[in-house]
Design a binder for this molecule. Structure first.
Ligand SMILES: [Zn+2]
Length: 440
């Protein structure tokens, strides 16, 4: 169907319907082997007991959590956070409440964005030096990942982070670990993974283990009130991307689909409100739940090409994870074309209206992106980088992501060309414009 992309007609004409063009779809012998691997992943996800953390939410969240901490006889907690959170003093009410209960705290607030190995090791030293017995991570994805990794290193003192790379290399119970997300997006508070940046090797790697799911999560919407509308939007669209990539992937299960549906509905309904009224506490609470549910979905099914490409944009240009996903979500869904219409229709009927279809779902996403002022091109993207980004995205996605259909190098390049800033459209211009024109 690649030729149908050419159906973009002269200036001023509207692009053809999304159903009429899509990329990918070529199925090679290697792809069949990938599908076997995906089947193995699906079995593993179904058989492995992935814990759900205890959630403390609502008015009594903090006091209920304090009871739990006291019950466990935890005398000193390591509070993991970052300089941004500390500048806003978001950690203070939690620390004060702990002190009131006679529980000591040690603040480790040097967590950097995309924490590197030394950053995590410094947290391990703080934990050991002050004889802590548990960890509370207050922050976004980087902080929560750092908290998880400190706990993993404490559980496995003789194993380096590099040695724990991959699947099931921790395999020990962690010290009590609690997460307090201050952005509503990554879902790290409920996932089995944590990501480390290895600055020496210039790579990021993930540690995946069932024990990395925190013991408890505090959903405190007041901590997210200070987020700018833009950050609120991009982090929420990260969560929406988790929900949708999980839903359309071939490893979606009844459980993960239910979580994706709830998360999608919450985001479509409440993100516009959060964007318009950042102090809307109820809408903020719904966003925290949405990120949580989307996390529950994708930790079982993994993600797809949106994430595979977005990670490369983050690595190459420093574009934030949420924004990178927001820029790519519509073009990638568009490139799948009709192949995901059945999934999108099912999602639409459960989140929009009983008689809606895939086109309505695409339109709802487009409206949300538009209302949140997500640009339709990537300002930093350079034509000369496109081949490298596509190559790396494929290396990341294959075979790990159970995508609904396979894209090749050319397909991903085509998506990226469509996102070049206007002046750089020197190649395949018409073809690329037709990919995104419909949705922004
Ligand atoms: Zn993500």
């Amino acid at each position: 169907m690649k030729t149908s992309i050419m159906l973009w007609v002269s200036k001023g004409a509207r692009p053809v319907s999304a159903q009429q063009y899509h990329l990918g779809g070529e199925v090679t012998f290697t792809h069949r082997l990938y599908r076997l691997y995906h089947f193995g992943l699906r079995l593993a996800a179904a058989l492995l007991p992935i814990r759900t953390p205890h959630v403390y939410a609502g008015q009594q969240a903090l006091s209920q959590w304090l009871c739990e901490v006291k019950k466990q006889n935890l005398r000193t907690l390591l509070v993991v956070s970052d300089p941004g959170i500390v500048a806003l003093n978001l950690q203070q009410p939690i620390i004060a409440a702990l002190h009131q209960q006679g529980i000591n705290t040690v603040l480790y607030s040097d967590v950097e964005a995309n924490p590197g190995i030394p950053c995590i090791e410094q947290g391990v030293s703080s934990f050991q030096q002050h004889h802590c017995q548990g960890i509370i991570a207050i922050g976004g994805g980087s902080v929560m990942d750092c908290g998880k990794l400190i706990a993993a290193r404490i559980a496995r003192p003789s194993k380096s982070l590099q040695q724990m790379q991959g699947l099931f290399k921790v395999l020990r119970p962690l010290v009590p670990l609690y997460a307090v997300p201050t952005t509503a997006g990554t879902g790290s508070e409920v996932t089995v993974a944590a990501v480390v940046s290895d600055h020496q090797r210039q790579i990021k790697f993930a540690i995946n283990d069932l024990c990395l799911v925190p013991k408890g999560v505090l959903l405190l919407p007041e901590l997210t009130l200070g987020l700018s509308p833009q950050l609120s939007a991009t982090t929420a669209i990260d969560a929406l991307t988790h929900a949708i990539e999980s839903y359309i992937g071939i490893n979606a299960t009844r459980f993960s689909k239910a979580k994706s549906v709830t998360a999608t509905k919450l985001i479509l309904t409440h993100l516009p409100l959060v964007y318009q009224q950042p102090n809307h506490i109820d809408a903020r609470m719904h966003m925290l739940w949405a990120a949580f549910y989307a996390g529950q979905a994708f930790t079982r099914t993994s993600v797809g090409y949106v994430h595979a490409i977005a990670h490369q944009l983050g690595a190459l240009y420093g574009i934030s994870h949420g924004l990178a996903n927001a820029l790519l979500l519509a073009p990638v869904l568009n490139a799948y074309g009709q192949r995901i219409d059945a999934q999108l229709t099912a999602l639409a009927q459960q989140t929009l209206a009983a008689n809606s279809d895939a086109q309505d779902m695409r339109a709802a996403i487009a409206t949300l992106l538009h209302d949140c002022a997500i640009p339709s091109t990537i300002a930093q993207l350079r034509q000369e980088d496109i081949a490298t980004i596509a190559k790396r995205a494929i290396a990341e996605a294959h075979p790990d992501y159970p995508v609904p259909c396979f894209f090749n190098q050319h397909d991903i390049e085509t998506i990226l060309y469509s996102l070049l800033p206007q002046q750089q459209h020197s190649k395949q211009t018409n073809e690329q414009q037709s990919l995104t024109g419909q949705y922004r």
